[in-house]
Write a protein that binds this ligand. Structure first.
Ligand code: FES
Length: 145
């Protein structure tokens, strides 16, 4: 790219940005800015109570059962009988709804980042793991904080 093209292209980009028009987008996916402490703000800092006997949460009673809980902003998975909970906000660009789980790993469908069932980053483009949430369990009742 020559000097003239560079100035022309960067000027167009600056104009789009000044008008609030993004240069690219992820998809129709809901995007929430990624932040290590972002939990969708829907628990107000109080615990989220989940009954494993209610609705789709019953999948968590089985090893490798998992749930994308959009209402509470959570990814949940049963790992050898223990429930792990994470924010459902992908640490790459914040997609929240494109999750799948297979072979003990989560995959974000927006750009393909992969995470272990303990939240560790397996493959990018994300550069860090999932944000873990604390889980306490009494029988079939979970409290997520
Ligand atoms: S938002 Fe890009 S991989 Fe999840």
């Amino acid at each position: 790219m020559n000097k003239r093209d560079f100035i022309k292209n960067t000027g167009a980009a600056a104009l789009l940005l000044s008008l609030g028009i993004p240069l690219e987008s992820c998809s129709s996916e809901t995007i929430i800015p990624a932040s290590p402490n972002n939990n969708n703000g829907n628990n107000g800092g109080n615990g989220i109570t989940i009954d494993l006997n209610s609705g789709s949460y019953s999948a968590l009673k089985n090893v490798d059962g998992w749930v994308l809980d959009q209402a509470n902003g959570l990814l949940l998975v049963n790992v050898s009988g223990n429930i792990n909970a994470f924010s459902n906000i992908c640490p790459h660009q914040g997609c929240t709804t494109a999750w799948s789980y297979a072979g003990t790993k989560f995959t974000c469908g927006c750009h393909g980042a992969e995470f272990s069932n303990s939240g560790s980053l397996i493959a990018g483009p994300a550069t860090r793991g999932l944000t873990q949430r604390s889980v306490s369990r009494q029988g079939d009742i979970l409290t997520i904080s």
